[in-house]
Design a protein around this ligand. Structure first.
Ligand code: NI
Length: 226
């Protein structure tokens, strides 16, 4: 499932984040790439674990905690501290798959990357090119979202970022270990949650709502790994 989550950050939060990123020190993005992806990756990143990355990452993590659409779709168990990248003219990232397991820098903790997230911090008008292309069962999907919006997609998918031909594309990217590792099971739970919310909205106190809610939680109980 590929899902756009609107307004993860407010316009003010995007502006504040961008102000700090635009004067930050950027390094070659290959430092966090695996062997295969390192050969096709050409962009810049903030130093992983730097005080600025951690501070800006906290703002994003706090926003995600309060975002019901994100929580329902991702069912997050662990989230890697957000990283930040910048693609300027000529930069791109060829087709690759993200590493299945990532160590949280400076800790013994590892997460399994079930979901990849890209939070756009540049408005689409600021740059040409730079679309995120994610291969899914319906073919390649093209993603370019307003600043402050985020896309969630299966970390198992092949994906790439098209070359930038003008301006710069600044984004945050990170991975999520879900309580439900299987993308299909997670998508079923998300659909059911949306249906229950709609039922509660359109038919408040409908007796089926409690039954559906029980089914939702009993499926989650069956599939969740804590
Ligand atoms: Ni990737």
């Amino acid at each position: 499932m590929i899902l756009a989550i609107p307004n993860v950050l407010s316009a003010e939060q995007v502006a504040e984040t961008r102000q700090q990123l635009d004067t930050a020190a950027w390094i070659d993005g290959r430092v966090t790439a695996g062997h295969q992806s390192g050969r096709v990756k050409d962009n810049e990143q903030l130093v992983e674990g730097s005080p600025l990355a951690l501070r800006l990452g906290e703002v994003i993590l706090a926003a995600l905690e309060r975002n019901p659409l994100f929580v329902s779709a991702a069912l997050p168990s662990k989230i890697l501290p957000p990283l930040f990248n910048r693609y300027s003219a000529g930069h791109s990232f060829g087709t690759h798959v993200d590493n299945a397991v990532r160590q949280i820098r400076g800790t013994p903790h590892r997460i399994r990357t079930d979901l990849s997230a890209t939070l756009f911090l540049s408005a689409p008008a600021e740059y040409d090119g730079g679309e995120l292309i994610v291969e899914d069962m319906y073919g390649p999907q093209t993603i370019k979202l307003p600043a402050g919006h985020m896309v969630l997609y299966p970390a198992s998918s092949l994906h790439r970022v098209l070359p930038i031909t003008r301006g710069a594309r600044v984004a945050s990217f990170f991975w999520i270990q879900s309580m439900v590792r299987d993308d299909g099971e997670r998508a079923l739970l998300f659909d059911m949650d949306l249906a229950i919310q709609r039922l509660n909205r359109e038919s408040p106190n409908h007796p089926s709502a409690v039954q559906f809610t029980a089914v939702y939680h009993n499926l989650l109980r069956r599939w969740a790994e804590i």
